[in-house]
Design a protein around this ligand. Structure first.
Ligand SMILES: Nc1ncnc2c1ncn2[C@@H]1O[C@H](COP(=O)(O)OP(=O)(O)OP(=O)(O)O)[C@@H](O)[C@H]1O
Length: 210
């Protein structure tokens, strides 16, 4: 049996008094997962919990040896996350953000300049992000999720605002990081995601395999 990359145990997440997630146990193996669920079901909340970015009860283990609760810095070094609607300080340029990520995450599996060219980010990377369109911002945030040497990449609604040419490029990146670099992906999307092999669903506050 494949060993678990992420193990969620006794997770509960509430906003104020409203419980959004109640997950007794969930194991994600090395794979590409598509997380489904209706509007407001809890997909983004699940992604933020798995990214270790918001408080929750319970714990998540990465490869059974790094605890999100006990070793949050180490955990976040190996779990990358791209938000559905990324927001960055407007005065920073794409170059500033790439430098910052490289400094904190280290050199990546693939040369960052190659990825910048591949996604055609080089034409605007020198500009402050306040001047970007939503699609340009999305491309930059996806690029940043592929920096460093993550074991898991979480992509929340990666397809929204992406142009037709970029969608297959993103799928190729997902496939190649999955096969060549052993990265596990969890992707939320209301559109079908062709790169995916296992579907998950947020159902009555739990995440189940379907
Ligand atoms: N910061 C917050 N404070 C209070 N409630 C919140 C907060 N963020 C999300 N919620 C609530 O949590 C529930 C789940 O929201 P979430 O954004 O995780 O859903 P989602 O499945 O990603 O939805 P969508 O498909 O519409 O993006 C919703 O009822 C939402 O109103």
């Amino acid at each position: 049996m494949q060993s678990a990359v992420l193990t969620l145990k006794d997770i509960t997440k509430a906003y104020h008094d409203t419980v959004i997630l109640d997950i007794p146990e969930l194991q994600l193996q090395h794979n590409i997962y598509w997380l489904l669920g209706g509007n407001g079901a809890g997909k983004t909340t699940s992604m933020k919990v798995m990214a270790g970015l918001i408080p929750f009860k319970g714990d998540i283990q990465l490869e059974n040896n790094i605890s999100c609760r006990k070793q949050p810095v180490q955990y976040r070094r190996f779990v990358n996350y791209a938000e559905a609607e990324p927001v960055y300080p407007g005065f920073l340029t794409g170059n500033d953000l790439v430098s910052l990520y490289l400094k904190t995450k280290g050199n990546g599996y693939q040369d960052i300049k190659e990825l910048i060219e591949l996604l055609s980010i080089h034409t605007f990377i020198h500009r402050p992000v306040s001047t970007y369109s939503s699609g340009m911002l999305k491309k930059l945030s996806l690029l940043l999720a592929f920096t460093g040497t993550p074991k898991v990449i979480l992509l929340d609604e990666p397809l929204i605002t992406l142009d037709k040419q970029t969608v297959p490029l993103l799928y190729d990146m997902v496939e190649s990081f999955y096969t060549k670099h052993g990265v596990t992906f969890c992707i939320t999307s209301h559109q079908p995601v062709s790169a995916v092999s296992i579907q998950l669903q947020v159902q009555e506050r739990n995440i189940v395999k379907i």
